[in-house]
Ligand binder design. Structure first.
Ligand code: FE2
Length: 377
């Protein structure tokens, strides 16, 4: 009897990863008032002050605050003058994500490999130096006005990057247990999902690891389609959504209307203890989508045994899903801006590598209640 079922892949079929990524380096938001946004993210989400850039550090047209929590870095940037690229971005989109920055060993090679494959350059390889070493940046455009910046920081040990100085504050709220970016989801226009899937495959060497069509993701009213793109080592995952026809307006279409185009829909952040993280976030004023009690009446029949008690999950509105490898716990915030655009997901993975397909119906019905309250359904 043969017991060894492993197969050997011929070496010539293993393609070397032309764009090795070490994870998300930072997420940069263009916002109307970075000073207040930084205070909000510190207070509500438990980030710590890290670095500051502005006129005092030689940055004449903008101010940026880098804040961090474990492996998660956010940069909040605001323009000091009208009429520049940042001001135009905010005028059009409202506050939102401009940069999904990816950590690499070689930012010059990352730019060469991606632009040679059809990526549109946003920033040619640029070396920034100060007394703490050097950082090399380069970048390409992705959907909408969003960009990817490749960050090579192996020769730097200062505060965030050259151009910044340490930001010390008297106000240092405690962490809420947020760890790192699990995935970032983009909303793209009608019939644009497959072209962007092709972009991530061809330009960045990603693979399509999961697909959801409108049969998976539709309720009575709203519908969307989604494909999950992952880089070679799985550290970076970018699901891409496009609207689908339903009885009423798709949630993706509402986003596109208010963001005035394609952009980042949500950033999913990992925690090791979702009950304590979400309890803390709710106590600090973050609002989440509410889930009807009926969801919890049958959820354990669907997902089987879990380590957690159901009562605190139900109290907080945390959703549960299972795949072949384990289960996951997740919850979605309401939009963090006045426009119904960007929101956050908090996720705790207990083996599962998927994205909560079993929760889509309950989740979208909750989203539609919010959309209906805004008069956009
Ligand atoms: Fe997600």
């Amino acid at each position: 009897m043969q017991t060894n079922t492993s197969t050997t892949i011929p070496t010539e079929s293993i393609q070397p990863d032309f764009l090795p990524l070490e994870g998300t380096d930072y997420v940069e938001f263009y916002v109307g008032n970075a000073k207040q946004a930084a205070h909000f993210y510190k207070t509500a989400f438990g980030f710590e002050s890290w670095a500051y850039a502005g006129p005092e550090t030689g940055m004449k047209d903008r101010v940026s605050y880098a804040i961090r929590q474990n492996k998660l870095t956010f940069v909040l940037t605001t323009p000091l003058y009208a009429g520049n690229e940042i001001a135009d971005h905010i005028s059009k989109h409202g506050d939102g994500v401009k940069v999904l920055a990816l950590k690499v060993q070689d930012a010059t090679k990352a730019w060469e490999e991606t632009t040679n494959r059809g990526g549109i350059s946003y920033m040619e390889p640029t070396t920034l130096k100060d007394d703490n070493g050097e950082v090399v940046l380069s970048g390409i455009h992705t959907y909408g006005d969003t960009v990817h910046i490749f960050v090579e920081r192996k020769n730097y040990n200062g505060f965030f990057m050259p151009g910044y100085r340490e930001w010390k504050s008297n106000y240092n709220p405690s962490s809420t247990g947020l760890l790192y970016v699990d995935h970032c989801v983009g909303n793209v226009g009608w019939n644009q999902m497959n072209p962007w899937v092709k972009f991530y495959e061809e330009v960045m060497g990603f693979r399509n690891i999961l697909s959801f069509d409108d049969n998976d993701i539709s309720t009575e009213y709203s519908a969307l389609m989604s494909k999950v793109m992952s880089n070679g080592n799985g550290y970076v995952k970018f699901p891409i959504n496009e609207p689908a026809e339903g009885k009423k307006k798709s949630q993706v279409e509402e986003y596109l209307d208010f963001y005035k185009g394609e952009g980042v829909q949500h950033v999913a952040i990992a925690t090791n203890d979702i009950v304590s993280t979400v309890t803390e976030l709710q106590n600090r004023g973050i609002e989440f989508l509410t889930i009807p009690p009926v969801y919890y009446e049958t959820v354990l029949e669907r997902v089987g045994k879990i380590d957690e008690d159901l009562a605190p999950l139900q109290k907080l509105g945390i959703l549960i899903d299972r795949d072949e490898e384990g289960y996951l716990l997740q919850i979605f915030s309401k939009p963090l801006e006045d426009r119904p655009t960007l929101f956050f997901e908090i996720i705790q993975r207990k083996g599962a590598k998927s994205f909560g397909k079993g929760n889509f119906k309950a989740l979208f019905e909750a989203l539609e209640r919010e959309q209906d309250a805004r008069g956009n359904l």
